[in-house]
Write a protein that binds this ligand. Sequence first.
Ligand code: ADP
Ligand code: MG
Length: 607
Amino acid sequence: MTAIGIDLGTTNSCVAVYRNNRVEIIANDQGSRVTPSWISFTDSQKLVGEAAKEEASMNCENTLFQIKRLIGRKFNDPTVQEDMKLWGFRIVEVGDRPKLQVTYKDEVKTFFPEEISAMVLTELKEAAEAYMGEKITDAVITVPAYFNDAQRTATRDAGRIAGLNVLSMINEPTAAAIAYGLDNKSNEERTVLIFDLGGGTFDVTIATIEEQIFDVKATGGNTHLGGEDFDYRMVDHFVEEFGDKHGVDMSTNKRAVSRLRVACEAAKRKLSVSTSAKIQLDGLFMGLDFRSNISQAKFEAMNADLFDSTLTAVKTVLSDAKVNKNQIDDIVLVGGSTRIPKIRKLLQDFFEGKEICRKINPDEAVAYGAAALAKNISSGGSEVKERFQLLDVTPLSIGTDVGVSDMFVVIPRNTKIPTRMTQNFITSADNQTALSFKVYEGERPCIHDNHHLGTFVLRGITPAPRGVASVQSVFEIDRSGILIVTAYDPKSGSENKIKITNDEKLMAKDEIEKMIAAAEKFRIEDVEWKEKSAAKNELEDLVYKIKQIVQKDTTSVSPGDQEKILQKSQAAMDWVKAYKKIESQSIRQRTNELKDVLNRMHEISTD
Ligand code: ADP
Ligand code: MG
């Protein structure tokens, strides 16, 4: 069975497949090799990709994007709260999680971020199915290296909702390293720095590649830094300028801000190849037009701190990998934002003029590597000509609480995965029969500054004096970077082994099943909608043809018949206006009736 590789990006997604001994990037039905990770809901249908993006300024409340910034986060996460201010769509709190609220087919609906990401994944899966001419379920999905456990789990859930069997999840820079390695077949060991700056996330990774062994030395970055942050800086700048010019604050008008954001993104891209860019928006707010321009220097100045912070991450990763900057053989750029000249310059200056590798396409490298890995896994590593082995690392330290608030690290960050570590806990009271401990991820010494993953409670411990009974816990991280913690009491037998009960992280099984069912319902609705739209087109086409025939052929058809068929055509057109409520079958029936009338008329006229 064919397995695909998917780069599920914050801004854009890409799908690829390995066949005939090479990776092929799969174009979507519009012929584009990347698909915007956008979903839009209208009164009649659900749009994905470019079509959804085009809806943004008309229908900003129901057009969703950057959903990867929400995935695996809680509603009250400060980054969620910040993002919400900038988005034109609504987020509501359900449980403690964010849900997206939209109006779809005149009904208010809410979706978890996983469900929206699943819609993007479904689109890519279907593009791959159309390309390969077969059903596809196996996939490797990429995630930013810096994604935490909850974000990874949520991404895997999105895959399941889309009907995918997620073979593995792989870090985006690691996937890019594979793409680089498959392209540069040298037998000598090379140390590569992968710098991936996309729309919403930033990853830096150092890996060594030797004879198809990809050994990730260290990884770091920021899950909340990317091109969109640069856009928002420009938005803020122009909102202020608009205020200064007109004495009004347009920032509260989501539609105006959304239009401005789209224009700023375009201006930013222009500034990658030009020293200035224009903004022109008619009737932006309160009927006022907006015209302005921005120079490359101004753009660089307003983002200087963000640009500089990318180098801070590079330094940390170099030090984590214990690699000196002049030991880096190649710098590989990934992600659309690495086209910004200033970013390239900063990097080049830091690496003392080193050339940047331009061989691989920054938009496709991640999907490329994922597809190669998908093939590697699905064929048991035997069929891929360039067989390779992957040694990845975990991006965040995992630990538990000891004492009052100290973080006790069980698995340090940048440990090779998969990994398995054990940890003993001893009772602190006589005859204690239950023991609880918390699991955290993060690098801060004070545990409360880290991210709480879950609380463990083990009951049924054999009573014993304090400090004598112990509980053994096993911390395991699988190949996809997902953590599983189990604990048991060796005295009372291994039967007490339990998995982490982590409501904050894991979605209940039945909840996922509900989402899978909902996704299937939407998929069927989409198919029906397409069918209906085709039926409606056919009817409209026929009515148009009838009008033409009647106009041209005034001699053979009697005026009475002409009148009759034109009336019938008009009636059919009036009827189909209420289209949303009509089934495609009824439209086809009506079309056939009209065809019959036309045929009979022709028979009479040719008799
Ligand atoms: P992601 O991996 O987050 O989905 P991409 O790698 O596709 O993102 O990068 C998308 C980001 O790159 C967007 O913020 C987009 O504005 C930015 N981008 C794309 N092309 C350019 C360019 N020529 N100059 C500057 N930024 C660009
Ligand atoms: Mg990306």
